[in-house]
Every structure is written in structure tokens, then in C-alpha cells.
Design a protein around this ligand. Structure first.
Ligand SMILES: *Cc1c(COP(=O)(O)O)cnc(C)c1O
Length: 398
């Protein structure tokens, strides 16, 4: 239940947790629950990972915050690690996915102005999700999220996802475009993946037109799909890459990586933040990346994702109402033929925590540390819930 002292922005599920361990959560009323959401793709290491707890505790005992007015060695170490993993040149640290995308949008606009484009435009996708700040809300492709917050920030041109011709048509007559902003797997958009050939063509077109290719990996990055960043499945490198969710294992951090000319766009005074990339969050993020390497979590995410998809295909084969089971690595969606928000509460009763996006898509984003037993257990607990839900008589559209 939402506290009356809280602004009315969320409808929380009727459950609260006291603590967690790995892929398991313990509720305030003493139940043990399997976590198939990991705080929306945030807690990749699971809950209370001992190595991460130690790193955060030690750093908190040394220094938490200093500000970007001084060198922050922990931040520099994290920046170098991220740039090497992503083959990018440099990074700006903020505190959320929206802020990482704000940074990307500002880079694109400034890049445009440097080229003499006074009204720079960014191509964005239908059903995209980039955040809820005013600029990222305008870039987001959800009328539901935007409604009531007009006037929206201008400077965005929307096109259908996975449709290169739509972009080429704009390229023919519009000289104000400076960048394309897209996700590799639309997470909030219902776990919809870009085709590999589409990503390659985006890269080609951006190079040819001297547009920045900005790939929002806030949800799909940090190992979620079985590679460090989902675009690496297509063998391309973006010019700008916003990151957040899984980066700090729940300690709030966002990052915007840049390469080439995009990495040279900002000068002192162009952008900034009080909190971004402080010592505590930088240590949490750097340790997260190191632990992922030490424990082979990319390969694990790919393998556990395959097991879960296979098991769901088997468990839900021929069930009327199941439209598609899809996704990459541990970023999975099960699309039904009807709105299924009620599944979240039904699943809670079966001691499994999950989520529904785009009304009809059950979204699974478990921790990257799950083992084979837990992967199978997610299916074992959730498949009967899905079947029971679909067996109910359909209600008339509310
Ligand atoms: C969640 C998300 C965001 C916004 O991140 P916040 O931390 O909620 O601001 C942006 N882009 C994508 C792809 C996301 O999934």
C-alpha cells in the first residue's frame, strides 16, 4: 500500500521485502520469494552479494562523496574499465538512466551546433523508453507517459522501429538530423529486439551521414543479454551509449559513454552534476564489473536465458493465449493475447516476483547470477500461473 505521505506516482504490489540473498527475497511477513525481476534489471549480482557488500562497506568507511571539483580516483578507474569493455573513448557519470540519456541528447545537440545545424533533430523510435525527465520524456515513445506534460521538448523525429527505409526517407530531405537514438532491445516497449541487419544499417547510415549513433543500453547493457552490451551481438560500435540500471547493482549511477567526435564535444561548463560518479557509487560499479568477470556472468546469463526460454516453450506449448516467448539472454518477454497486469499479484501468491509491461507482456529480468535450478524454478512457478490466468473467462474490456 502506498503511504499517504508519498506522491501518487506508483501503485506498488502488495509486498515488501526485509532482505535478500542471491536470487531470493524475504518478505516482511516471513515468506521466501524467487526474484525474476532483479529490481528491473538492476541487481545483476543478486541481493547481498558478499564481495559487493564488502567493497561498499569499506568505501563508505573511507569517503562517500567529494564532488567533481576534485579528481576522483575511483571514478577514473571505473571510466577506464567501462571504456575498455565498450571500446569507447570517455564517459560522463550521472545518477540514472534518464540523466545518461539527457547527456546523450545534449552531446547530439552541441555536436549539431558545432556543425552549423541551428535546429538539430534526433531520430527516435516508436515505443522507445528513454526516461521521464522533460527531454527524455519527449524522446520516449509513450503517449501515456507524455500526456499532460505538454509542451514537450522539441527536436525529435519519431520513426517505426526496425524500419531502415523510414529513416532513409527522412535523410533524403531533412538536413537538421544529427543523431539516431535507439535501444537494441526495447525493454519497457515489451522486450522487442532490433534485427541484426537493422543495427548494421543504422551504423552504416550514421557513418555516411555523419550522424551520431546513440544506443540506449540502460536496460540491455551490463551483461543482461549475454554480452557486455547488446549491440555487440551485431558487431557494431555506437558513438554514444547511455548506461544505468545494472551498472551499480542498485547504488544509483548512470553513465554516458562516447567515442570519436562525440567524445570531444563537451568542454568545461557544457555539462555537470553534483553527485555523479562519486567515490562510493564508482567503487560499487567497478566492483560489479569485476565480479561479473570473476564469476563468468556473461556466459551464465546467455546459458540461463536459453534454459528459461526452452523450458517456457515446453511448458506453454499449445496454450491458447500465449502469443510469443522472446528475448535475449536474461531479458525475456512472454506476450499474451490480452492485458495481464493481474499476473503480478497471482505470481506473488506463488512466491515469484515478476512484472508486466506494455499491458500484455510478462517481463523477466532475473539476476545474472541465477543457477540452473533457479532458472528452471522460475518456469516451474510461473508457467502454472500463466495457464491459470489464461483459463479464466476473459473480462469485457474495462
Ligand atoms: C529504465 C530506462 C531508462 C530510464 O532510466 P531511469 O533510471 O529510470 O531514469 C532509460 N532508457 C531505458 C532503455 C530504460 O530501460
Amino acid at each position: 500500500m502506498l503511504s499517504p505521505y508519498m506522491m501518487n506516482t506508483y501503485k506498488p504490489a502488495p509486498v515488501a521485502f526485509t532482505h535478500g540473498e542471491g536470487a531470493w527475497l524475504y518478505t516482511t511477513d516471513g515468506r521466501k520469494m524467487l526474484d525474476a525481476l532483479a529490481g528491473i534489471a538492476v541487481s545483476g549480482l543478486g541481493h547481498a552479494h558478499p564481495k559487493l557488500t564488502k567493497a561498499i562497506t569499506e568505501q563508505a568507511g573511507k569517503i562517500i562523496h567529494t564532488s567533481n571539483l576534485v579528481d576522483i580516483p575511483e571514478q577514473a578507474a571505473l571510466a577506464e574499465k567501462l571504456c575498455k569493455l565498450a571500446d569507447m573513448d570517455n564517459v560522463f557519470f550521472g545518477n540514472s538512466g534518464a540523466e545518461a540519456n539527457e547527456c546523450a541528447i545534449k552531446i547530439a545537440r552541441l555536436y549539431g551546433h558545432h556543425r552549423g545545424v541551428t535546429n538539430p533533430q534526433i531520430i527516435v523510435m516508436e515505443r522507445a523508453w528513454h526516461g521521464r525527465t522533460l527531454a527524455t520524456l519527449a524522446a520516449t515513445g509513450s503517449r501515456k507517459a507524455q500526456a499532460g506534460f505538454e509542451p514537450l521538448v522539441t527536436g525529435f523525429i519519431r520513426v517505426p522501429y526496425n524500419d531502415i527505409e523510414a529513416i532513409k526517407a527522412i535523410a533524403q530531405h531533412n538536413n537538421d538530423v544529427v543523431a539516431i537514438l535507439a535501444e537494441v532491445v526495447q525493454g519497457e516497449g515489451g522486450i522487442v529486439s532490433a534485427r541484426i541487419d537493422y543495427l548494421k544499417k543504422l551504423r552504416e547510415l550514421c557513418t555516411q551521414k555523419e550522424w551520431l549513433l546513440m544506443i540506449d543500453e540502460v536496460q540491455s547493457g551490463i551483461g543482461r543479454t549475454g554480452k557486455w552490451f547488446a549491440h555487440q551481438w551485431a558487431g557494431i560500435t555506437p558513438d554514444v551509449m547511455p548506461l544505468a540500471k545494472g551498472l551499480g547493482s542498485g547504488v544509483p549511477i548512470g553513465a554516458c559513454l562516447a567515442k570519436g567526435v562525440a567524445a570531444k564535444t563537451f568542454k568545461p561548463g557544457n555539462h555537470g552534476t553534483t553527485f555523479g560518479g562519486g567515490p562510493l557509487v564508482s567503487v560499487a560499479a567497478l566492483r560489479t564489473l569485476e565480479i561479473m568477470e570473476e564469476e563468468g556472468l556473461l556466459a551464465n546469463a546467455a546459458r540461463m536465458g536459453e534454459i528459461m526460454r526452452d523450458e517456457f516453450q515446453r511448458a506453454l506449448a499449445g496454450v491458447p493465449g500465449v502469443k510469443e516467448i522472446r528475448g535475449m539472454g536474461l531479458m525475456m518477454g512472454i506476450e499474451l493475447d490480452r492485458p495481464c497486469g493481474d499476473i503480478v499479484n497471482m505470481a506473488l501468491k506463488a512466491d515469484i516476483f515478476t512484472n508486466v509491461t506494455q499491458d500484455k507482456v510478462i517481463r523477466l529480468l532475473p539476476a545474472l547470477i541465477i543457477n540452473e535450478f533457479e532458472a528452471r524454478e522460475i518456469v516451474k512457478r510461473l508457467a502454472p500461473v500463466i495457464k491459470a490466468f489464461l483459463a479464466q473467462p476473459q473480462q469485457a474490456a474495462a
